[in-house]
Structure formats: C-alpha cells, structure tokens
Design a protein around this ligand. Structure first.
Ligand SMILES: C[S@@+](CC[C@H](N)C(=O)[O-])C[C@H]1O[C@@H](n2cnc3c(N)ncnc32)[C@H](O)[C@@H]1O
Length: 223
C-alpha cells in the first residue's frame, strides 16, 4: 500500500488520541526557535508534513502567516477543521513533497518538518530537499528533525529500516547522511543528535538548523 493510502487510513480511522505521533502542544525545540527569535513573526512559514495541523496552528497563534502541507488529504481535512475550531487563520494543502511542486517557489521565510523525513527514503530525499530549497526565499531558514539510527530498538524493531505496528516503513538517519543531503543546498548552522519527547516514550533524533544557500547557475543552467 502506498504511504499516502496508509496515512489517509490512519487519519480517517484513528482518533487524534490514538495517532501515535499526534501531540497538541508544540515541541520544545520549535518553541525555542520562536522564543529565541531564530525565526520571527510576522513572516511566512510552512509546516511540511503537518499532519493534524497542531504545530502550524500554534505557529499561526504566534503571529506567523502559516501554511501546512501534507501528503494525506485526510490529514489536511483534519487540520483545516481544527484551525476553524480554534479560530486561527491557517492555509492547508495536500501536497506530496517528493513530486514536482510548481506554485510555491519563494513563498516562505521559514520551513520546518517535524518527524517527517524518516518517511522519505534516500532515493527521494534529494527531490524533497530541492523542493524545500525552492519554496524558501533568499536567506530563508529551515529546521528539520527526524529519527536517528541511534534510536534504540523499539516500536519498529532496530536498524536503519523499521516497520511500525501501523504498517508504515521508516528510515532512520545518521548525522552524516543528513549533512550530505542538506549541505549542497543549505548553510548548516547546527546539526546534532538529540532526545525528543514522544507520546509514549522519548526518541533519539537528528535535528538540523540551516538557512537557504544561494545557488548560482551558469548559462547552461548548471550549478
Ligand atoms: C509522523 S507524522 C508527523 C506529523 C506532524 N509533523 C506531527 O508531528 O504531528 C509524518 C507526516 O508526514 C507526512 N508525509 C510523509 N511523507 C510525506 C510527503 N512525501 N509529502 C508530504 N507529507 C508527507 C505524513 O502524511 C504524516 O502526516
């Protein structure tokens, strides 16, 4: 089954409480980025793989003009109704981040993805990172966090490839892989392995703070 079908099924069949990653309050790391002014509002920001929209909605409440994107149209429906319930203005759109994206070039000052990249396997990651790069304006900031290969064996088994009880397949990254992925496109300000609180138990993850690197092309369109 495709990841989109799996995610659509999870977001339609499980309650928000049952979705293993759905936590209403924003991660401490995201709060810190806002409180320390690493990113400041008002500005245009995008939550990539926004799920039920909790963090996009929180960012909107902090004064950001927010867009949330997700592969799953059911997630987008949930996020849109949650924003209405909370009386917060937020735009949500179903988009697959590993396909060509036409209409969001230079649209944002800040992009973040929280626990999304471990769903994207190495063969699709260059496309994903290229899309993020194009979406950001000059000097735009990007925060990314995904599961680390150092996460001890747990809910999905052990090793780099894990299969969760929900049937999704995850790829657990090393710091080196993320550096190789992002460095051609972004200036990396910080890359480190951290522990993050989970809904049931903490996880070991790799987080990267970066800003858009300008890439100049020659007349043949090459870098
Ligand atoms: C583990 S969930 C995290 C959701 C949200 N960031 C949170 O922390 O609540 C991963 C999310 O990434 C989305 N996703 C996975 N691959 C994607 C892709 N290629 N394009 C857009 N969204 C994707 C999934 O649909 C899912 O909602």
């Amino acid at each position: 089954m495709s990841l989109k079908k799996q995610m659509d099924s999870i977001y339609s069949k499980l309650s928000l409480d049952e979705i293993p990653w759905n936590i209403e309050s924003p991660p401490v790391a995201l709060k810190n980025l806002v409180e320390s002014n690493w990113v400041s509002s008002p500005s245009d920001a995008v939550d990539l793989g926004c799920g039920a929209g909790n963090y996009a909605i929180w960012m909107a409440s902090q004064g950001f003009r927010m867009t949330g994107l997700d592969l799953s149209s059911n997630a987008i429906e949930l996020a849109s109704s949650l924003a209405v319930q909370k009386g917060v203005e937020c735009r949500f759109k179903a988009i697959n981040m590993v396909e060509a994206i036409e209409d969001l070039d230079n649209a944002f000052d800040f992009a973040f993805d929280w626990e999304v990249l471990h769903h994207i396997f190495p063969e699709n990651r260059e496309c994903y990172a290229g899309n993020v790069h194009r979406m950001l304006r000059s000097g735009g900031k990007y925060y990314s966090l995904c599961f680390s290969e150092e996460d001890p064996p747990g809910f999905g088994g052990g090793g780099k490839l894990r299969k969760t009880p929900l049937g999704t397949s995850l790829y657990f990254s090393s710091e080196h892989e993320l550096r190789e992925l992002f460095e051609p496109l972004f200036n990396i300000e910080q890359l480190r392995t951290v522990e993050v609180a989970g809904k049931k138990a903490p996880h070991i993850a790799v987080e990267v703070l970066m800003s858009k690197r300008e890439i100049y092309r020659n007349r043949n369109g090459q870098h």
